[in-house]
Design a protein around this ligand. Structure first.
Ligand code: GAR
Length: 218
């Protein structure tokens, strides 16, 4: 399975993918890493692993559409089976999202459909929920709204601030993303017209890390 990874920031989720591949826990290859920020740590991590890494600056393009066209023509040139948005913080263009439907996933730091968008940990604390977490979902044109494949939950503890909660969630994001990618590598996940299909059956609810996802990905 050839992966193209999009990342805007430090790249710890990318690193989790690279480590899983290096340790033989994930049968995949990261074909290239792309970023909208030249200083993204993810690019450094990719280069350290000898993976082609490229940044495109949105400001260098006349329009948002031109940026997305250029980015996705570069992505297409590395022939990925799957595009993984791992902390990619820009909205994606509708033509590109449609062209890659079922072949592009995103990891989002909340238990979707709760807390879409930014500052999810602050949102969770403000809402006073007892349980928070992360989701891996297919990318559709609705922001953070595509069908959810798998989730990982963490407790919200007394005294938590956004930093502490984010760290607890991030620790679960890494195994969540790797376990979900294992299912893709095994050819067991697909996007159907009626939602996510795993092993040919429509998921009634997202797979749970530590529950059915661990069993499915074992
Ligand atoms: C992760 O927490 C990821 O879930 C989040 O950005 C962080 C990237 O961390 N993604 C989003 O908020 C997407 N809307 P990383 O660069 O260390 O992988």
């Amino acid at each position: 399975m050839r992966l193209a990874v999009l990342a805007s920031g430090r790249g710890s989720n990318l690193q989790a993918i690279l480590d899983a591949i290096a340790q033989g826990r994930l049968e995949a290859r990261v074909a290239a890493v792309f970023s909208d920020r030249a200083k993204a740590g993810a690019l450094e991590r990719a280069r350290a692993a000898r993976i082609p890494a490229e940044s495109l600056k949105p400001g260098d393009f006349p329009t948002r559409e031109a940026f997305d066209e250029s980015l996705f023509s570069r992505i297409a040139a590395v022939h990925p089976d799957l595009i993984v948005c791992a902390g990619y913080m820009r909205l994606l263009g509708a033509p590109q999202v449609e062209a890659w439907a079922g072949r592009m996933i995103n990891i989002h730091p909340s238990l979707l459909p709760a807390f879409k968008g930014l500052r999810t940990h602050e949102q969770a604390l403000a809402a006073g929920v007892a349980v928070h977490g992360a989701s891996v979902h297919f990318v559709t044109c609705e922001l953070d709204g595509g069908p959810v494949i798998a989730q990982a939950s963490v407790p919200v503890l007394p005294g938590d601030d956004a930093t502490a909660l984010a760290a607890r969630v991030l620790e679960r994001e890494h195994p969540l993303l790797v376990a979900t990618l294992r299912l893709f590598a095994q050819g067991r996940v697909a996007l159907g017209a009626d939602g996510v299909h795993v092993d040919g059956r429509r998921l009634q609810a997202p797979l749970q890390l530590g529950g059915d996802l661990r069993e499915a990905a074992a």
